[in-house]
Design a protein around this ligand. Sequence first.
Ligand code: FES
Length: 135
Amino acid sequence: MDNRPVLHVCVTCQPAGGESVRPDTQTEGARLHGTLIARVAARNLDARVRINPVTCMANCDQGCSAAASAPGKWSYIAGYLKAELADDLIDYALVYGESKTGVIMPSRRAPSLKDVFVARVPAHPDDLAENGDPS
Ligand code: FES
């Protein structure tokens, strides 16, 4: 099993607040995804974190969205993101990947990620049998 943490990035997201589409027609989500891919490669972190493009995570009202997940851990959904936060998100994913439960204290997140998390989802029950209770 691949136990790397995954950052799922919605590539169809637009910025929060109904801002217009960028002149190059690239969505904010696609821009974030592309920047994450480039930064993970530049930092030689492919073995430690996965970047997974997805379409709509039903978090559209909170702008550019992404989620962190890993086997046996809480998953976290974030909004209000932008490409400029890519390195902070990668750093978060690394700490998340090292955690047992996926719960990361705010003091271990970049200040830019202080108010972006909008929901969390428990691990699949079958994962708990393999990895222990993530509560
Ligand atoms: S388009 Fe990204 S969450 Fe809906």
